[in-house]
Design a protein around this ligand. Structure first.
Ligand code: AMP
Ligand code: GLY
Length: 420
Protein backbone atom coordinates (compact mmCIF):
# COMPACT_ATOMS: atom_id res chain seq x y z
CA UNK A 1 0.00 0.00 0.00
CA UNK A 2 1.07 3.54 -0.75
CA UNK A 3 -0.49 6.15 1.49
CA UNK A 4 -0.34 9.94 1.43
CA UNK A 5 -1.26 11.91 4.55
CA UNK A 6 -2.25 15.54 4.01
CA UNK A 7 -1.20 18.09 6.63
CA UNK A 8 1.81 19.20 8.65
CA UNK A 9 0.86 19.25 12.33
CA UNK A 10 1.27 17.03 15.35
CA UNK A 11 -1.94 15.28 14.37
CA UNK A 12 -0.50 14.31 10.99
CA UNK A 13 2.78 13.09 12.51
CA UNK A 14 0.76 10.92 14.91
CA UNK A 15 -1.31 9.55 11.99
CA UNK A 16 1.87 8.84 9.98
CA UNK A 17 3.55 7.09 12.92
CA UNK A 18 0.49 4.94 13.56
CA UNK A 19 0.15 4.02 9.87
CA UNK A 20 3.86 3.25 9.78
CA UNK A 21 3.20 0.24 12.04
CA UNK A 22 0.84 -1.31 9.47
CA UNK A 23 2.20 -4.47 7.89
CA UNK A 24 0.59 -3.55 4.56
CA UNK A 25 2.37 -0.22 4.24
CA UNK A 26 4.96 0.03 1.47
CA UNK A 27 5.41 3.75 0.96
CA UNK A 28 4.28 6.69 3.05
CA UNK A 29 4.08 10.31 1.88
CA UNK A 30 3.18 13.39 3.86
CA UNK A 31 2.14 16.62 2.18
CA UNK A 32 3.67 18.98 3.20
CA UNK A 33 4.72 17.29 6.48
CA UNK A 34 7.22 18.39 9.12
CA UNK A 35 10.65 17.32 10.42
CA UNK A 36 9.05 14.39 12.25
CA UNK A 37 7.07 12.99 9.32
CA UNK A 38 10.20 13.33 7.20
CA UNK A 39 11.86 10.55 9.22
CA UNK A 40 9.21 7.93 8.40
CA UNK A 41 7.53 9.32 5.27
CA UNK A 42 8.63 11.28 2.21
CA UNK A 43 7.60 14.89 2.64
CA UNK A 44 6.01 16.36 -0.48
CA UNK A 45 6.26 20.08 -1.08
CA UNK A 46 2.90 20.86 -2.69
CA UNK A 47 0.63 23.68 -1.53
CA UNK A 48 -2.62 22.29 -0.14
CA UNK A 49 -4.65 24.85 -2.12
CA UNK A 50 -3.30 23.38 -5.33
CA UNK A 51 -5.71 20.47 -5.73
CA UNK A 52 -4.67 19.77 -9.30
CA UNK A 53 -0.98 19.44 -8.53
CA UNK A 54 -1.80 17.22 -5.59
CA UNK A 55 -4.03 15.00 -7.74
CA UNK A 56 -1.33 14.72 -10.43
CA UNK A 57 1.23 13.69 -7.81
CA UNK A 58 -1.12 11.06 -6.34
CA UNK A 59 -1.84 9.57 -9.74
CA UNK A 60 1.81 9.65 -10.80
CA UNK A 61 2.94 7.84 -7.63
CA UNK A 62 0.01 5.39 -7.83
CA UNK A 63 -1.03 6.19 -4.27
CA UNK A 64 -3.70 3.81 -2.93
CA UNK A 65 -5.10 5.92 -0.12
CA UNK A 66 -5.14 9.61 0.80
CA UNK A 67 -5.83 10.64 4.40
CA UNK A 68 -6.78 14.28 4.94
CA UNK A 69 -5.80 15.62 8.39
CA UNK A 70 -6.77 19.32 8.64
CA UNK A 71 -10.11 21.04 8.19
CA UNK A 72 -9.22 23.60 5.54
CA UNK A 73 -8.83 21.26 2.54
CA UNK A 74 -11.88 19.30 3.74
CA UNK A 75 -14.05 22.42 3.90
CA UNK A 76 -12.73 23.45 0.48
CA UNK A 77 -13.82 20.11 -1.01
CA UNK A 78 -10.56 18.18 -1.49
CA UNK A 79 -12.28 14.83 -0.87
CA UNK A 80 -14.97 15.46 -3.54
CA UNK A 81 -12.25 16.61 -5.96
CA UNK A 82 -9.98 13.57 -5.50
CA UNK A 83 -12.88 11.12 -5.58
CA UNK A 84 -13.86 12.47 -9.01
CA UNK A 85 -10.56 10.97 -10.18
CA UNK A 86 -11.31 7.66 -8.41
CA UNK A 87 -8.71 8.34 -5.71
CA UNK A 88 -9.57 6.60 -2.45
CA UNK A 89 -9.72 9.35 0.16
CA UNK A 90 -10.41 9.25 3.89
CA UNK A 91 -12.29 12.34 5.07
CA UNK A 92 -15.73 13.95 4.86
CA UNK A 93 -17.04 15.58 1.68
CA UNK A 94 -17.59 19.30 1.20
CA UNK A 95 -21.24 19.37 2.32
CA UNK A 96 -20.59 17.34 5.46
CA UNK A 97 -17.52 19.49 6.23
CA UNK A 98 -19.83 22.47 6.65
CA UNK A 99 -20.33 21.07 10.14
CA UNK A 100 -17.01 22.75 10.88
CA UNK A 101 -16.83 25.24 8.01
CA UNK A 102 -20.00 27.08 8.99
CA UNK A 103 -21.12 27.38 12.58
CA UNK A 104 -24.49 28.58 11.26
CA UNK A 105 -24.97 25.41 9.17
CA UNK A 106 -24.47 23.38 12.37
CA UNK A 107 -26.71 25.61 14.48
CA UNK A 108 -29.55 25.33 11.94
CA UNK A 109 -29.23 21.53 12.11
CA UNK A 110 -29.31 21.69 15.92
CA UNK A 111 -32.50 23.74 15.78
CA UNK A 112 -34.25 21.50 13.26
CA UNK A 113 -33.26 18.20 14.91
CA UNK A 114 -33.59 19.31 18.50
CA UNK A 115 -29.90 18.83 19.34
CA UNK A 116 -28.98 20.35 22.72
CA UNK A 117 -26.81 23.44 22.19
CA UNK A 118 -26.59 27.07 23.36
CA UNK A 119 -29.45 29.36 22.26
CA UNK A 120 -28.25 31.61 19.48
CA UNK A 121 -28.94 34.44 17.08
CA UNK A 122 -27.40 35.16 13.67
CA UNK A 123 -26.56 38.71 12.59
CA UNK A 124 -25.32 40.00 9.27
CA UNK A 125 -24.59 43.58 10.31
CA UNK A 126 -22.97 45.43 13.18
CA UNK A 127 -25.94 47.61 14.17
CA UNK A 128 -28.42 44.77 14.62
CA UNK A 129 -25.84 42.75 16.54
CA UNK A 130 -25.08 45.64 18.90
CA UNK A 131 -28.79 46.43 19.42
CA UNK A 132 -29.33 42.80 20.41
CA UNK A 133 -26.36 42.89 22.78
CA UNK A 134 -27.73 45.97 24.56
CA UNK A 135 -30.58 43.80 25.91
CA UNK A 136 -28.53 40.65 26.58
CA UNK A 137 -27.24 38.98 29.72
CA UNK A 138 -23.48 38.61 30.17
CA UNK A 139 -21.17 36.75 29.79
CA UNK A 140 -22.15 36.12 26.19
CA UNK A 141 -20.35 34.32 23.36
CA UNK A 142 -19.66 35.98 19.99
CA UNK A 143 -18.31 33.98 17.04
CA UNK A 144 -17.26 34.56 13.45
CA UNK A 145 -19.07 32.17 11.09
CA UNK A 146 -15.97 30.92 9.31
CA UNK A 147 -13.12 28.62 10.28
CA UNK A 148 -10.67 30.60 12.34
CA UNK A 149 -8.44 27.84 13.80
CA UNK A 150 -9.95 28.02 17.27
CA UNK A 151 -9.73 31.81 17.30
CA UNK A 152 -12.67 33.99 16.24
CA UNK A 153 -14.57 33.17 19.44
CA UNK A 154 -15.05 35.84 22.11
CA UNK A 155 -16.47 35.35 25.57
CA UNK A 156 -17.53 38.90 26.42
CA UNK A 157 -18.16 39.91 30.01
CA UNK A 158 -19.93 43.21 29.22
CA UNK A 159 -21.26 45.41 26.41
CA UNK A 160 -17.94 47.21 25.87
CA UNK A 161 -16.09 43.92 25.28
CA UNK A 162 -18.93 42.65 23.11
CA UNK A 163 -18.80 45.74 20.85
CA UNK A 164 -15.06 45.25 20.34
CA UNK A 165 -15.71 41.62 19.36
CA UNK A 166 -18.43 42.53 16.85
CA UNK A 167 -16.23 45.22 15.30
CA UNK A 168 -13.16 43.01 15.05
CA UNK A 169 -15.08 40.18 13.42
CA UNK A 170 -16.89 42.39 10.87
CA UNK A 171 -13.62 44.25 10.14
CA UNK A 172 -12.16 40.92 8.95
CA UNK A 173 -9.79 39.98 11.77
CA UNK A 174 -10.51 36.30 11.07
CA UNK A 175 -10.95 36.57 7.33
CA UNK A 176 -14.08 37.51 5.48
CA UNK A 177 -17.31 36.66 7.22
CA UNK A 178 -20.84 37.71 6.31
CA UNK A 179 -22.42 36.63 9.56
CA UNK A 180 -21.74 36.49 13.24
CA UNK A 181 -23.28 34.24 15.80
CA UNK A 182 -24.20 35.45 19.25
CA UNK A 183 -24.91 32.68 21.72
CA UNK A 184 -25.75 31.96 25.30
CA UNK A 185 -22.78 31.17 27.57
CA UNK A 186 -22.88 27.51 28.64
CA UNK A 187 -21.79 26.46 32.11
CA UNK A 188 -20.03 23.16 32.67
CA UNK A 189 -16.87 21.30 31.75
CA UNK A 190 -15.69 20.69 28.19
CA UNK A 191 -15.01 17.31 26.65
CA UNK A 192 -13.97 16.16 23.19
CA UNK A 193 -15.86 13.15 21.84
CA UNK A 194 -14.73 11.31 18.70
CA UNK A 195 -16.29 8.88 16.30
CA UNK A 196 -15.15 7.43 13.00
CA UNK A 197 -17.63 6.66 10.23
CA UNK A 198 -17.78 5.00 6.83
CA UNK A 199 -21.07 6.70 5.92
CA UNK A 200 -23.16 3.81 7.23
CA UNK A 201 -21.63 2.56 10.46
CA UNK A 202 -20.08 4.62 13.23
CA UNK A 203 -17.55 3.50 15.84
CA UNK A 204 -16.41 5.31 18.95
CA UNK A 205 -12.93 6.74 18.67
CA UNK A 206 -12.18 7.87 22.20
CA UNK A 207 -12.65 10.87 24.44
CA UNK A 208 -10.27 13.54 25.66
CA UNK A 209 -10.11 16.84 27.45
CA UNK A 210 -7.81 19.52 26.13
CA UNK A 211 -6.43 22.71 27.58
CA UNK A 212 -7.18 25.51 25.12
CA UNK A 213 -5.92 28.47 27.12
CA UNK A 214 -2.28 29.48 26.98
CA UNK A 215 -1.80 30.03 30.71
CA UNK A 216 -1.72 27.82 33.76
CA UNK A 217 -5.05 27.31 35.52
CA UNK A 218 -6.73 27.55 32.07
CA UNK A 219 -6.24 31.33 31.95
CA UNK A 220 -5.30 33.71 29.15
CA UNK A 221 -5.75 33.62 25.38
CA UNK A 222 -7.27 30.75 23.46
CA UNK A 223 -4.82 28.59 21.49
CA UNK A 224 -5.06 25.58 19.22
CA UNK A 225 -4.47 23.42 22.33
CA UNK A 226 -1.69 23.33 24.93
CA UNK A 227 -2.13 19.72 26.01
CA UNK A 228 -4.72 17.00 26.49
CA UNK A 229 -5.48 13.76 28.27
CA UNK A 230 -7.51 10.72 27.35
CA UNK A 231 -9.92 9.34 28.41
CA UNK A 232 -11.98 12.24 29.71
CA UNK A 233 -12.86 11.97 33.38
CA UNK A 234 -16.43 12.97 32.52
CA UNK A 235 -17.36 10.01 30.33
CA UNK A 236 -19.71 7.27 31.59
CA UNK A 237 -22.18 4.93 29.89
CA UNK A 238 -25.23 7.09 30.52
CA UNK A 239 -23.51 10.23 29.19
CA UNK A 240 -22.21 8.39 26.15
CA UNK A 241 -25.73 7.17 25.29
CA UNK A 242 -27.00 10.74 25.50
CA UNK A 243 -24.18 11.98 23.26
CA UNK A 244 -24.96 9.36 20.63
CA UNK A 245 -28.76 9.60 20.76
CA UNK A 246 -29.20 13.33 21.28
CA UNK A 247 -26.27 14.70 19.28
CA UNK A 248 -24.37 12.38 16.93
CA UNK A 249 -27.24 10.30 15.48
CA UNK A 250 -29.55 13.28 14.73
CA UNK A 251 -26.61 15.05 13.04
CA UNK A 252 -25.97 12.06 10.79
CA UNK A 253 -29.71 11.90 10.06
CA UNK A 254 -29.60 15.57 9.06
CA UNK A 255 -26.82 14.82 6.58
CA UNK A 256 -28.82 11.90 5.22
CA UNK A 257 -31.78 14.26 4.73
CA UNK A 258 -29.41 16.51 2.77
CA UNK A 259 -28.74 13.45 0.54
CA UNK A 260 -25.21 12.99 1.76
CA UNK A 261 -23.38 11.11 4.51
CA UNK A 262 -20.33 11.31 6.75
CA UNK A 263 -17.07 9.48 6.09
CA UNK A 264 -14.11 10.29 8.33
CA UNK A 265 -13.42 11.37 11.87
CA UNK A 266 -16.06 13.50 13.55
CA UNK A 267 -15.12 15.44 16.65
CA UNK A 268 -17.88 16.80 18.86
CA UNK A 269 -16.76 19.62 21.15
CA UNK A 270 -19.18 19.30 24.07
CA UNK A 271 -20.07 21.11 27.25
CA UNK A 272 -21.07 18.67 29.97
CA UNK A 273 -23.36 20.02 32.67
CA UNK A 274 -24.86 17.68 35.28
CA UNK A 275 -24.09 14.66 33.09
CA UNK A 276 -25.93 16.20 30.12
CA UNK A 277 -24.13 17.01 26.85
CA UNK A 278 -24.51 20.27 24.89
CA UNK A 279 -22.90 20.70 21.50
CA UNK A 280 -20.47 23.63 21.35
CA UNK A 281 -19.10 22.87 17.90
CA UNK A 282 -18.22 20.14 15.46
CA UNK A 283 -14.82 19.57 13.89
CA UNK A 284 -14.63 17.36 10.83
CA UNK A 285 -11.25 15.87 11.72
CA UNK A 286 -9.33 14.57 14.71
CA UNK A 287 -8.45 17.14 17.33
CA UNK A 288 -4.94 18.44 17.72
CA UNK A 289 -3.48 17.57 20.29
CA UNK A 290 -6.27 15.04 21.05
CA UNK A 291 -5.15 12.90 18.09
CA UNK A 292 -1.60 12.68 19.46
CA UNK A 293 -3.09 11.71 22.83
CA UNK A 294 -5.55 9.08 21.56
CA UNK A 295 -3.76 7.31 18.69
CA UNK A 296 -0.94 5.83 20.85
CA UNK A 297 -3.71 3.88 22.64
CA UNK A 298 -4.97 2.25 19.44
CA UNK A 299 -4.25 -1.47 19.06
CA UNK A 300 -6.05 -2.10 15.74
CA UNK A 301 -4.27 -1.42 12.43
CA UNK A 302 -5.20 2.19 11.50
CA UNK A 303 -4.68 1.47 7.82
CA UNK A 304 -7.34 -1.28 7.96
CA UNK A 305 -9.71 1.13 9.69
CA UNK A 306 -9.23 3.83 7.02
CA UNK A 307 -9.64 1.31 4.21
CA UNK A 308 -12.83 -0.03 5.80
CA UNK A 309 -14.16 3.53 5.95
CA UNK A 310 -13.49 3.96 2.23
CA UNK A 311 -15.26 0.69 1.35
CA UNK A 312 -18.24 1.02 3.70
CA UNK A 313 -17.13 -2.03 5.71
CA UNK A 314 -16.35 -0.47 9.08
CA UNK A 315 -19.00 -2.74 10.65
CA UNK A 316 -16.60 -5.66 10.19
CA UNK A 317 -13.77 -4.02 12.13
CA UNK A 318 -13.39 -4.37 15.85
CA UNK A 319 -11.49 -1.33 17.07
CA UNK A 320 -9.40 -2.21 20.11
CA UNK A 321 -7.69 0.07 22.59
CA UNK A 322 -5.03 -0.18 25.26
CA UNK A 323 -6.52 0.27 28.71
CA UNK A 324 -4.12 3.07 29.61
CA UNK A 325 -4.20 6.75 30.50
CA UNK A 326 -2.58 9.04 27.97
CA UNK A 327 -1.37 12.58 28.55
CA UNK A 328 0.10 15.02 26.04
CA UNK A 329 1.89 18.34 26.62
CA UNK A 330 2.53 20.77 23.77
CA UNK A 331 5.81 22.67 23.60
CA UNK A 332 5.24 26.07 21.96
CA UNK A 333 7.45 28.83 20.57
CA UNK A 334 7.98 31.73 22.99
CA UNK A 335 5.28 34.32 22.27
CA UNK A 336 2.57 31.92 21.01
CA UNK A 337 -0.38 32.46 20.45
CA UNK A 338 0.73 36.04 19.66
CA UNK A 339 3.69 36.62 17.34
CA UNK A 340 6.76 34.46 17.78
CA UNK A 341 10.16 34.06 16.20
CA UNK A 342 10.42 31.54 13.36
CA UNK A 343 13.30 29.29 12.31
CA UNK A 344 14.74 28.95 15.79
CA UNK A 345 16.95 25.88 16.08
CA UNK A 346 15.74 23.25 18.55
CA UNK A 347 18.79 22.01 20.38
CA UNK A 348 18.94 18.89 22.49
CA UNK A 349 16.43 16.67 20.70
CA UNK A 350 19.07 13.95 20.48
CA UNK A 351 19.28 13.86 24.30
CA UNK A 352 15.79 12.47 24.52
CA UNK A 353 15.60 8.70 24.67
CA UNK A 354 11.99 7.63 24.75
CA UNK A 355 10.66 4.63 26.62
CA UNK A 356 8.26 2.20 25.01
CA UNK A 357 5.23 4.07 26.39
CA UNK A 358 6.41 7.54 25.38
CA UNK A 359 5.90 9.40 22.11
CA UNK A 360 7.31 12.60 20.69
CA UNK A 361 5.36 14.08 17.78
CA UNK A 362 6.56 17.04 15.77
CA UNK A 363 4.22 19.89 14.78
CA UNK A 364 5.70 23.20 13.51
CA UNK A 365 9.20 21.92 12.74
CA UNK A 366 11.41 21.81 9.71
CA UNK A 367 14.70 20.06 9.00
CA UNK A 368 17.57 21.80 7.21
CA UNK A 369 21.03 20.25 6.85
CA UNK A 370 20.41 17.80 9.66
CA UNK A 371 19.27 20.49 12.09
CA UNK A 372 15.71 20.85 13.39
CA UNK A 373 14.09 24.32 13.43
CA UNK A 374 10.86 25.54 15.01
CA UNK A 375 8.68 27.09 12.32
CA UNK A 376 5.27 27.16 13.98
CA UNK A 377 3.56 28.26 17.19
CA UNK A 378 3.05 24.73 18.43
CA UNK A 379 6.29 22.86 17.96
CA UNK A 380 6.47 19.45 19.67
CA UNK A 381 4.05 17.12 21.46
CA UNK A 382 5.28 14.96 24.33
CA UNK A 383 2.99 12.03 25.12
CA UNK A 384 3.13 9.24 27.64
CA UNK A 385 0.85 6.28 28.38
CA UNK A 386 0.64 4.56 31.70
CA UNK A 387 -1.72 2.88 34.15
CA UNK A 388 -2.61 6.23 35.72
CA UNK A 389 -2.48 9.91 34.76
CA UNK A 390 -0.03 10.73 37.56
CA UNK A 391 2.62 8.51 36.07
CA UNK A 392 1.93 9.57 32.47
CA UNK A 393 2.31 13.18 33.56
CA UNK A 394 5.56 12.48 35.42
CA UNK A 395 7.05 10.80 32.34
CA UNK A 396 6.01 13.60 29.96
CA UNK A 397 7.52 16.33 32.14
CA UNK A 398 10.71 14.30 32.64
CA UNK A 399 11.20 14.23 28.87
CA UNK A 400 10.38 17.94 28.53
CA UNK A 401 12.95 18.78 31.19
CA UNK A 402 15.60 16.77 29.37
CA UNK A 403 15.05 18.88 26.27
CA UNK A 404 15.18 22.17 28.18
CA UNK A 405 14.84 24.29 25.01
CA UNK A 406 15.14 28.02 25.65
CA UNK A 407 13.15 28.95 22.51
CA UNK A 408 9.95 27.47 23.85
CA UNK A 409 7.56 27.12 26.76
CA UNK A 410 4.90 24.73 27.94
CA UNK A 411 2.17 24.61 30.56
CA UNK A 412 3.26 22.84 33.73
CA UNK A 413 -0.26 21.89 34.83
CA UNK A 414 -1.68 19.79 31.99
CA UNK A 415 -4.14 17.29 33.43
CA UNK A 416 -4.57 19.14 36.73
CA UNK A 417 -8.19 17.99 36.92
CA UNK A 418 -7.15 14.32 36.86
CA UNK A 419 -3.87 14.47 38.80
CA UNK A 420 -3.85 15.91 42.30
P1 AMP B 1 -15.47 26.98 19.36
O1 AMP B 1 -14.46 27.42 18.35
O2 AMP B 1 -16.90 27.20 18.97
O3 AMP B 1 -15.21 25.60 19.89
O4 AMP B 1 -15.19 27.86 20.67
C1 AMP B 1 -13.91 27.90 21.26
C2 AMP B 1 -14.03 27.80 22.75
O5 AMP B 1 -14.86 28.85 23.27
C3 AMP B 1 -14.71 26.52 23.23
O6 AMP B 1 -13.83 25.46 23.30
C4 AMP B 1 -15.22 26.95 24.58
O7 AMP B 1 -14.17 26.93 25.52
C5 AMP B 1 -15.63 28.36 24.36
N1 AMP B 1 -17.06 28.43 24.00
C6 AMP B 1 -17.60 28.45 22.77
N2 AMP B 1 -18.94 28.53 22.81
C7 AMP B 1 -19.28 28.59 24.11
C8 AMP B 1 -20.53 28.71 24.82
N3 AMP B 1 -21.69 28.83 24.18
N4 AMP B 1 -20.49 28.74 26.16
C9 AMP B 1 -19.31 28.67 26.82
N5 AMP B 1 -18.12 28.57 26.22
C10 AMP B 1 -18.08 28.53 24.89
N1 GLY C 1 -7.82 20.78 20.23
C1 GLY C 1 -8.82 21.52 19.59
C2 GLY C 1 -8.94 21.30 18.15
O1 GLY C 1 -8.31 20.46 17.55
O2 GLY C 1 -9.72 22.02 17.52
Amino acid sequence: MKICVIGSGGREHAICKTLYKSKDLKELYCCPGNAGTNKIAKNVDIKLENFEELKNFIIQKKIDLVVVGPEKPLVEGLVDYLEKFKIKTFGPNKIASQLEGSKIFTKEICKKYNIPTANFGIFNNKDNAIDFLKNSNFPIVIKADNIASGKGVYISQNLIEAKIAVNEIFNGKFGQTKNILIEEFLEGEEMSYFIISDGITIKKFGTAQDHKRVGEGDKGKNTGGMGAYSPSKLINDELEKKILYKIINPTLKALEDLKTNYKGFLYAGLMIYKNNPYLIEYNVRMGDPECQTILPKLKTDLNQIFLACCSESLAKINIEWKDQKSLCVVLCSNGYPESYEKDVEILGLDKIKLNENDELFHAGTNEKNGKIYATGGRVLNFVSLSKNFKESKKNVYKNLKKLNWSGGFYRKDIGFKVVE
